[in-house]
Design a binder for this molecule. Structure first.
Ligand code: EPZ
Length: 417
């Protein structure tokens, strides 16, 4: 397994191009199942979850060809299989995103239940409940969800809890249903809006994406399209924290500051200077970071996917910060590894109390999930000496060439194969 070796202490300076959003590209690729015509997606991040999705779609019979720089052509002329197998779903739970499109297009789907994950139980009961509301017959057996329906029928669905992929699955299923569907308490993330924009280009009739109420008028058929994926706001947020922690000067290009408002506001509260312009964000770190509490919540609140990175930052702020994690019940796995590097952190249920500023020292640490691994990279950038991060396959799932991007702005980082 690859490892990353990082020598801390460099001040980061320069420009970083932000890749396309993983959490937008995954549902967009799944949406290709909804039509027999060709779909082209640009600004696709070349990360492992994308390659897992390619494998999954090919299993269903979708032709998937990467071309040029960050583009992919997809064509689901004929669906040859309705099954998302356990072997793939267990490596990437976002595989459940083929459930809605398969059911909408073919009336049949067999998708492995994802099972638990490092950050929480993460059931898909709300996806299933929504599909049943659309008239599907759903049962789970032998670890699989089996769903079928002659044709889905529009309905009113009120989500008990805001769910990102649940909203995406139901939006895709409802696009080919008979009649009108209204999703209430829907997720408002930018990735939902991006998917809706793509579906509308395919002929779907959708209003209200980006608000808690989304209305979908089903159509008989969808056609092909070309779509450019939005920038990755979590990758951009990660680099902003890197700039803040190293007191550096970074300019992020091909990013969308509008999607980062709560992160930018929080970082400004800690004392860093951030300038924004169309498609760009610039951070000028300074030596005196001060503590600030944060509570994770659904968009437009502070993203849970930025919580681990923010925790790394709070180890370098003066004072005590409290982080409250409200989305996932087990998302502090990175804390114990940060403590191995010298951080002063106390976990109390869904709260973490971090006392800073502490001197971090390099150590051998283990990544437990995608964003936890990003926080270890950030801590290593300011730690004394060398840090060795193990299991970086977690990082590769969602960050494109992170060590090359960090090297290009002055970090001493190398991948040990
Ligand atoms: C998406 O996951 C993202 N993944 C996650 O990013 C992100 O952390 C999460 O949204 C929250 O923002 C993708 O978009 C591929 P949820 P998702 O359904 O859709 C509970 C990353 O680092 N829930 O919004 O799976 C659930 O347990 C990843 O890139 C149910 O109880 O998250 C959680 O507590 C990690 N039943 C909460 O809702 C359901 O049927 C929010 O989960 C569905 C969800």
């Amino acid at each position: 397994m690859d490892k990353l070796r990082i020598k801390g202490g460099s001040r980061l300076e320069g420009r970083v191009r932000i890749s396309g959003a993983k959490n937008s590209a995954l549902p967009a690729m799944a949406a290709s199942v909804l039509t027999a015509e060709e779909v082209t997606l640009d600004n696709i991040p070349l990360v492992n979850d994308i390659f897992t999705t390619r494998r999954l779609l090919r299993e269903l019979g979708v032709a998937v060809e990467f071309e040029g720089d960050h583009s992919v052509r997809l064509r689901a002329e004929k669906i040859l299989s309705h099954e998302a197998p356990y072997d793939l779903v267990k490596t990437m739970r976002a595989s459940v995103l083929v459930l809605g499109p398969l059911l909408g297009r073919t009336g049949r789907a067999r998708v492995s239940l994802p099972g638990g994950c490092a950050i929480g139980a993460r059931p898909i009961n709300l996806h299933i409940k929504g599909l049943e509301k659309l008239g599907a017959t759903v049962h789970t057996e032998h670890g699989y969800v089996e769903a079928c329906s002659d044709r889905l029928k529009g309905a009113e669905i009120v989500f008990d809890k805001i769910t990102v992929t649940g909203t995406e699955n139901l939006m895709m299923a409802a696009a080919l249903a008979d009649g009108q569907t209204v999703l209430q308490n829907a997720a408002c993330e930018p990735e939902i809006v991006d998917l809706a924009e793509m579906l509308k280009k395919m002929g779907a009739r959708i209003q209200g994406a980006g608000t808690p109420t989304i209305t979908i008028h089903g159509v008989q058929e969808l056609h092909g399209t070309s779509h450019r994926i939005i920038p990755d706001r979590i990758e951009a947020g990660t680099f902003l924290v890197a700039g803040a922690m190293t007191h550096g000067e970074l300019e992020l290009i091909d990013s969308n500051p509008g999607h980062l408002a709560s992160v930018i506001e929080k970082l400004r509260e800690t004392g860093v200077n951030i300038e924004t312009a169309a498609g760009r964000v610039k951070i000028l770190g300074n030596g005196n970071l001060k503590s600030a509490d944060v509570i994770t919540s659904e968009y437009p609140g502070f993203a849970t996917d930025m919580q681990a990175q923010y925790m790394a930052l709070t180890t370098q702020t003066t004072g005590t910060s409290m982080i409250t994690e409200n989305i996932f019940e087990n998302r502090f796995m990175h804390a114990s590894e940060l403590m191995r590097m010298g951080a002063n952190i106390r976990i109390d249920g869904s709260r973490a109390i971090i006392t800073g500023k502490t001197r971090l020292s390099g150590a051998t640490v283990i990544a437990s999930d995608l964003r936890a691994s990003a926080s270890l990279v950030l801590a290593a950038l300011v730690a004394e000496g060398h840090t060795l991060i193990d299991r970086v396959y977690h990082l590769d799932r969602g960050y494109e060439k992170i060590e090359e991007k960090l090297q290009s702005v002055g970090a001493e980082i190398e991948r040990l194969k």
